[in-house]
Design a binder for this molecule. Structure first.
Ligand SMILES: [Zn+2]
Length: 213
C-alpha cells in the first residue's frame, strides 16, 4: 500500500506522469477535477453545492473540497493506496488530510521557471478542431495552419507569456508552504521534471524505491 501526493508546476507534465505512475504502481489516480465532475454527475448534495460554486465562477472552498476528498478516499479502490493530484493545495487542506489518511510520500515534480515558460508559452491550438501543437517541439507544417483540418492555429489567452507567468506565480505562492510542510515531516521526494518523460519516470521509480522491471 502506498498513499502518494503529486505536486508540480503547470507544464511539468503531471498528467502524463500520473498516467505512467498508475501503470507502474497499479494505484488509482485521484484528482480533485475528477472528484468534482463525478460529484456533479451524481447530483449528491455536495455535488449540487460544487456545481453552484463552479457555475458562479468561484473556487470550491476548503471545507467542501476536504469533504469530497475524504469521501473519495474511503472508496474501495483507494484502500490499497492512491495517487492524489490537485489536493492538498493549502496548509489547512494538508492538515485535514493528515486527520483521515496517512500520506506515505509527497512527490515534488519540479521544473525551473524557464522551461515552464518555454513549454507552456509554446502551446498552440487549432481553433477549429482543437488539435494541440507546440511552436518548438511539434509545430504545424505550415505556420498558423492546422495540418489536420486547415483551421487557424493560435495561442490561447492562458498560454500567453503574462498569463503563464501569473499561473506560475500562483503555483509557487500556493505550493511553497506545502513543500516546507511535507519536507519537515520527512515525506517529500524531489524529482527533476526537466528531462524527457521516460527519464523522469525512471527517476521517479528510483526515488520511490520501486524495482526496475
Ligand atoms: Zn484543426
Amino acid at each position: 500500500m502506498m498513499n502518494l501526493i503529486f505536486l508540480g508546476p503547470p507544464g511539468a507534465g503531471k498528467g502524463t506522469l500520473a498516467a505512467r505512475a498508475v501503470d507502474i504502481l497499479k494505484l488509482p489516480h485521484i484528482s480533485t477535477g475528477a472528484i468534482f465532475r463525478s460529484a456533479i454527475a451524481a447530483k449528491s448534495p455536495l455535488g449540487l453545492k460544487v456545481k453552484a460554486i463552479i457555475d458562479a465562477g468561484k473556487l470550491v472552498d476548503d471545507a467542501t473540497t476536504i469533504e469530497l476528498v475524504k469521501e473519495r478516499l474511503a472508496q474501495d479502490d483507494a484502500k490499497k493506496g492512491y495517487i492524489l493530484d490537485g489536493f492538498p493545495r493549502t496548509i489547512p487542506q494538508a492538515e485535514a488530510l493528515a486527520g483521515f489518511s496517512k500520506v506515505d510520500k509527497v512527490v515534488n515534480f519540479d521544473l525551473p521557471d524557464s522551461p515552464v515558460l518555454e513549454r507552456l508559452g509554446g502551446r498552440r491550438v487549432c481553433r477549429k478542431c482543437g488539435f494541440n501543437y507546440h511552436a518548438l517541439f511539434n509545430p504545424p507544417k505550415k505556420e498558423g495552419v492546422c495540418d489536420a483540418c486547415g483551421g487557424e492555429v493560435y495561442i490561447r489567452d492562458d498560454d500567453k507569456p503574462e498569463a503563464v507567468q501569473k499561473r506560475l506565480e500562483v503555483y509557487r505562492d500556493q505550493t511553497a508552504p506545502l513543500i516546507d510542510f511535507y519536507r519537515k515531516k520527512g515525506l517529500l521526494v524531489d524529482v527533476d521534471a526537466s528531462p524527457e518523460v521516460d527519464k523522469v519516470v525512471g527517476n521517479f521509480k528510483i526515488a520511490l524505491g520501486v524495482r526496475q522491471i
